[in-house]
Design a protein around this ligand. Sequence first.
Ligand SMILES: [Zn+2]
Length: 110
Amino acid sequence: MESAFAAGVNGTELNAHELGHALGLVHVAVAGNLMFGSISGGTALTPGQITTIQSSPFVQDGAGGMFVSITPVLITPIPPAGILFLSGILGLAWMRRRHRAADAGQPAAA
Ligand SMILES: [Zn+2]
């Protein structure tokens, strides 16, 4: 494939998308899916798309096996930095409050 996009930061997604076409996949109107019609950072495949890929004659090794394996990967979103910062501040305030409460329970020094 000759494409300026293929050489850029989105090259992996673009090549995977085009490989998906070669293996029988068509465009879908679901952002986040590898076969979305434009580069969107999406790499997800549906179970039906995986079945289509696995059914392609290009992945059959002729002995009942396949040249490809597809392993599901769980991707969880990372909280925005502001939420991480706020939870850190709240955690420190909670620890300080507990520390003060523990100090108040001890006998005063002479
Ligand atoms: Zn396409």
